[in-house]
Design a protein around this ligand. Structure first.
Ligand SMILES: [Zn+2]
Length: 218
Protein backbone atom coordinates (compact mmCIF):
# COMPACT_ATOMS: atom_id res chain seq x y z
CA UNK A 1 0.00 0.00 0.00
CA UNK A 2 1.42 3.35 -1.07
CA UNK A 3 0.23 5.77 1.62
CA UNK A 4 1.19 9.37 0.81
CA UNK A 5 -1.00 11.47 3.06
CA UNK A 6 -0.82 11.31 6.87
CA UNK A 7 -2.25 13.14 9.91
CA UNK A 8 -0.04 15.89 11.38
CA UNK A 9 1.89 15.69 14.66
CA UNK A 10 -0.67 17.78 16.53
CA UNK A 11 -3.45 15.29 15.75
CA UNK A 12 -1.28 12.30 16.61
CA UNK A 13 -0.20 13.91 19.88
CA UNK A 14 -3.86 14.50 20.77
CA UNK A 15 -4.50 10.82 19.94
CA UNK A 16 -1.61 9.78 22.21
CA UNK A 17 -2.97 11.83 25.09
CA UNK A 18 -6.64 10.91 24.55
CA UNK A 19 -7.68 14.48 23.66
CA UNK A 20 -9.25 13.75 20.27
CA UNK A 21 -13.05 13.71 19.95
CA UNK A 22 -14.68 10.39 19.11
CA UNK A 23 -14.95 10.95 15.35
CA UNK A 24 -11.34 12.09 15.04
CA UNK A 25 -10.16 9.19 17.19
CA UNK A 26 -11.93 6.59 15.04
CA UNK A 27 -10.76 8.02 11.71
CA UNK A 28 -7.19 8.25 13.02
CA UNK A 29 -7.36 4.73 14.47
CA UNK A 30 -8.53 3.48 11.05
CA UNK A 31 -5.51 5.14 9.45
CA UNK A 32 -3.10 3.80 12.08
CA UNK A 33 -4.25 0.23 11.39
CA UNK A 34 -2.82 0.53 7.89
CA UNK A 35 0.06 2.95 8.33
CA UNK A 36 3.28 1.69 9.95
CA UNK A 37 4.85 5.14 9.45
CA UNK A 38 2.21 6.83 11.65
CA UNK A 39 2.20 4.00 14.22
CA UNK A 40 5.93 4.64 14.69
CA UNK A 41 5.38 8.42 14.99
CA UNK A 42 2.63 7.77 17.55
CA UNK A 43 4.95 5.49 19.54
CA UNK A 44 7.58 8.26 19.68
CA UNK A 45 4.98 10.86 20.72
CA UNK A 46 3.68 8.54 23.45
CA UNK A 47 7.24 8.09 24.72
CA UNK A 48 7.75 11.87 24.76
CA UNK A 49 4.43 12.33 26.58
CA UNK A 50 5.40 9.68 29.13
CA UNK A 51 8.79 11.35 29.72
CA UNK A 52 7.08 14.73 30.24
CA UNK A 53 4.73 13.17 32.78
CA UNK A 54 7.72 11.72 34.61
CA UNK A 55 9.20 15.20 35.04
CA UNK A 56 6.09 16.67 36.69
CA UNK A 57 6.19 17.30 40.41
CA UNK A 58 4.35 14.57 42.31
CA UNK A 59 0.85 15.60 43.44
CA UNK A 60 -0.93 14.46 46.56
CA UNK A 61 -4.12 12.48 45.93
CA UNK A 62 -6.85 11.31 48.25
CA UNK A 63 -6.28 7.96 49.95
CA UNK A 64 -9.27 6.35 48.24
CA UNK A 65 -8.51 7.78 44.76
CA UNK A 66 -7.45 4.43 43.29
CA UNK A 67 -10.44 2.63 44.76
CA UNK A 68 -12.84 5.23 43.36
CA UNK A 69 -11.18 5.04 39.92
CA UNK A 70 -11.63 1.25 39.79
CA UNK A 71 -15.28 1.63 40.82
CA UNK A 72 -15.82 4.17 38.04
CA UNK A 73 -14.25 1.86 35.45
CA UNK A 74 -16.44 -1.02 36.65
CA UNK A 75 -19.57 1.15 36.28
CA UNK A 76 -18.56 2.16 32.74
CA UNK A 77 -17.89 -1.47 31.78
CA UNK A 78 -21.32 -2.50 32.98
CA UNK A 79 -22.97 0.27 30.97
CA UNK A 80 -21.03 -0.31 27.73
CA UNK A 81 -22.60 -2.75 25.30
CA UNK A 82 -19.98 -5.25 24.22
CA UNK A 83 -20.76 -4.91 20.55
CA UNK A 84 -23.61 -3.18 18.81
CA UNK A 85 -25.08 -4.99 15.83
CA UNK A 86 -21.98 -5.09 13.68
CA UNK A 87 -23.50 -8.12 12.03
CA UNK A 88 -24.31 -6.53 8.71
CA UNK A 89 -22.02 -3.69 7.75
CA UNK A 90 -22.59 -2.49 4.18
CA UNK A 91 -20.74 -4.76 1.74
CA UNK A 92 -17.37 -3.55 0.49
CA UNK A 93 -15.70 -4.30 -2.83
CA UNK A 94 -13.28 -7.20 -2.87
CA UNK A 95 -9.94 -6.42 -1.28
CA UNK A 96 -11.25 -3.67 1.00
CA UNK A 97 -11.68 -4.36 4.71
CA UNK A 98 -13.58 -2.59 7.45
CA UNK A 99 -11.40 -0.79 9.97
CA UNK A 100 -11.22 -2.79 13.19
CA UNK A 101 -11.69 0.55 14.98
CA UNK A 102 -15.33 0.51 13.81
CA UNK A 103 -16.08 -3.01 15.08
CA UNK A 104 -18.26 -1.68 17.92
CA UNK A 105 -20.16 0.73 15.69
CA UNK A 106 -23.31 0.32 13.64
CA UNK A 107 -23.58 1.33 9.99
CA UNK A 108 -26.81 1.85 8.05
CA UNK A 109 -27.25 0.16 4.64
CA UNK A 110 -26.00 2.16 1.64
CA UNK A 111 -28.41 4.97 0.74
CA UNK A 112 -28.61 6.76 -2.60
CA UNK A 113 -27.94 10.50 -2.38
CA UNK A 114 -27.14 11.36 -5.98
CA UNK A 115 -25.94 9.90 -9.29
CA UNK A 116 -23.20 7.39 -8.47
CA UNK A 117 -23.24 8.55 -4.87
CA UNK A 118 -24.24 6.56 -1.78
CA UNK A 119 -23.63 6.98 1.88
CA UNK A 120 -23.98 5.13 5.19
CA UNK A 121 -24.33 6.78 8.60
CA UNK A 122 -22.14 5.29 11.33
CA UNK A 123 -23.37 5.41 14.89
CA UNK A 124 -20.97 5.09 17.76
CA UNK A 125 -22.24 3.65 21.07
CA UNK A 126 -22.59 6.35 23.72
CA UNK A 127 -21.31 9.06 21.39
CA UNK A 128 -24.36 10.37 19.56
CA UNK A 129 -22.50 13.64 18.92
CA UNK A 130 -20.07 11.90 16.54
CA UNK A 131 -20.78 12.86 12.91
CA UNK A 132 -19.27 9.88 11.10
CA UNK A 133 -20.25 8.43 7.77
CA UNK A 134 -19.08 6.40 4.81
CA UNK A 135 -19.23 7.79 1.30
CA UNK A 136 -19.28 5.51 -1.71
CA UNK A 137 -18.66 7.15 -5.08
CA UNK A 138 -18.77 5.31 -8.42
CA UNK A 139 -15.83 5.41 -10.88
CA UNK A 140 -15.62 8.75 -12.71
CA UNK A 141 -18.23 10.37 -10.43
CA UNK A 142 -17.64 13.12 -7.90
CA UNK A 143 -18.79 14.62 -4.65
CA UNK A 144 -20.28 18.06 -5.43
CA UNK A 145 -17.96 20.99 -4.86
CA UNK A 146 -18.07 22.09 -1.23
CA UNK A 147 -16.34 23.62 1.75
CA UNK A 148 -16.79 22.94 5.49
CA UNK A 149 -18.05 24.83 8.52
CA UNK A 150 -15.59 22.83 10.63
CA UNK A 151 -12.96 20.17 10.17
CA UNK A 152 -13.49 17.27 7.76
CA UNK A 153 -11.28 14.21 8.25
CA UNK A 154 -11.20 11.47 5.65
CA UNK A 155 -9.64 8.03 5.52
CA UNK A 156 -9.71 6.34 2.13
CA UNK A 157 -10.75 2.68 2.41
CA UNK A 158 -10.58 1.85 -1.28
CA UNK A 159 -10.37 3.53 -4.69
CA UNK A 160 -8.74 6.83 -5.65
CA UNK A 161 -9.88 10.42 -6.00
CA UNK A 162 -8.31 13.72 -6.99
CA UNK A 163 -9.75 16.86 -5.41
CA UNK A 164 -7.74 19.51 -7.26
CA UNK A 165 -5.12 19.57 -4.50
CA UNK A 166 -3.74 16.04 -4.65
CA UNK A 167 -4.42 12.41 -5.54
CA UNK A 168 -5.63 10.24 -2.66
CA UNK A 169 -5.61 6.44 -2.62
CA UNK A 170 -6.23 3.49 -0.28
CA UNK A 171 -4.86 4.11 3.22
CA UNK A 172 -4.45 7.86 2.70
CA UNK A 173 -5.66 10.36 5.28
CA UNK A 174 -6.89 13.88 4.60
CA UNK A 175 -7.86 16.86 6.73
CA UNK A 176 -9.78 19.80 5.27
CA UNK A 177 -11.35 22.87 6.86
CA UNK A 178 -13.27 26.04 6.01
CA UNK A 179 -10.32 27.37 4.00
CA UNK A 180 -10.42 24.45 1.60
CA UNK A 181 -12.93 24.39 -1.22
CA UNK A 182 -12.75 21.13 -3.12
CA UNK A 183 -14.47 18.65 -5.38
CA UNK A 184 -13.23 15.06 -4.99
CA UNK A 185 -13.43 13.31 -8.37
CA UNK A 186 -13.10 9.52 -8.31
CA UNK A 187 -10.68 8.00 -10.82
CA UNK A 188 -11.95 5.65 -13.50
CA UNK A 189 -11.55 1.93 -12.93
CA UNK A 190 -12.65 1.53 -9.32
CA UNK A 191 -15.26 2.99 -7.01
CA UNK A 192 -14.05 4.88 -3.95
CA UNK A 193 -15.17 4.41 -0.35
CA UNK A 194 -14.13 6.85 2.35
CA UNK A 195 -14.69 7.09 6.07
CA UNK A 196 -15.33 10.71 7.07
CA UNK A 197 -15.76 12.62 10.31
CA UNK A 198 -17.16 16.12 10.01
CA UNK A 199 -17.38 18.91 12.60
CA UNK A 200 -20.37 21.01 11.64
CA UNK A 201 -21.67 20.63 8.09
CA UNK A 202 -20.51 20.36 4.53
CA UNK A 203 -21.47 23.46 2.56
CA UNK A 204 -22.23 22.59 -1.05
CA UNK A 205 -22.00 25.16 -3.83
CA UNK A 206 -25.11 24.14 -5.78
CA UNK A 207 -28.76 24.18 -4.73
CA UNK A 208 -29.34 20.51 -5.68
CA UNK A 209 -26.34 19.30 -3.72
CA UNK A 210 -27.42 21.41 -0.74
CA UNK A 211 -30.87 19.84 -0.96
CA UNK A 212 -29.57 16.25 -0.90
CA UNK A 213 -26.90 17.07 1.67
CA UNK A 214 -29.59 18.59 3.89
CA UNK A 215 -31.81 15.51 3.50
CA UNK A 216 -29.24 13.20 5.02
CA UNK A 217 -27.81 15.72 7.47
CA UNK A 218 -24.36 16.09 5.90
ZN1 LIG B 1 0.13 7.60 8.11
Amino acid sequence: MDIRHHPDDEMLLAQATGRNDVGTRLVLASHLELCGHCRERLRVLEAVGGAMLGELDPATVAEDALERTWARIARQDAATPRRIDASAPPPLPQGATWPRALAHCRATPWRWIGPGLRWSRISVPQASEANLFLLRVAPGKYLPRHTHTGRELTQILCGRFHDGRALFGPGDFDAADAEIHHQPVVQEGSECICLASVDGKLQFDTVIARFFGGLVGM
